[in-house]
Design a protein around this ligand. Sequence first.
Ligand SMILES: [Fe+2]
Length: 164
Amino acid sequence: MLPDWAVVTPARRAHIERVAALVTDWGTGMGIDPAELERWQYAAWWHDALRDAPLASEMDHGPLAADRLERDGERDRGVLDAVRYHSIGYAAWDDVGRMLYLADYLEPGRPHEVEARSALRARVAGERESVLREVASRRVQRIVQSGWPLAPETVAFWNALVSR
Ligand SMILES: [Fe+2]
């Protein structure tokens, strides 16, 4: 569930709910244990909790939410890192960060490339590593094509993915 300090529009809330539903589908399909699935769900519910807060930007809403969660007593490093770096990627992620990164991009409510996203979604349970590389490639290409700088964390994440 959303924390009580969340600032989200109704559209954002719907996105968050779709991300949580998607990690739940994947985790159930992959047969992971309930405690691990719960970590994925926490990250999904919390990742955009401050996305519509007045002081949050595209780049800082993840770190702000992670800081707040930590102040509130959250100690799960994998969940905190998933939330903190979900916009840019992080080489040292455990499964929580990886699943959130996939679900945030592939959730079915995103309006563009509907067919391609749907095909990628269907492959996650069976071929997660190759889908992760494909999603990261798409996200990195979009940044490069837009002429924006790549965050050092994004470069390290990409390099870790292709050197596996
Ligand atoms: Fe999101």
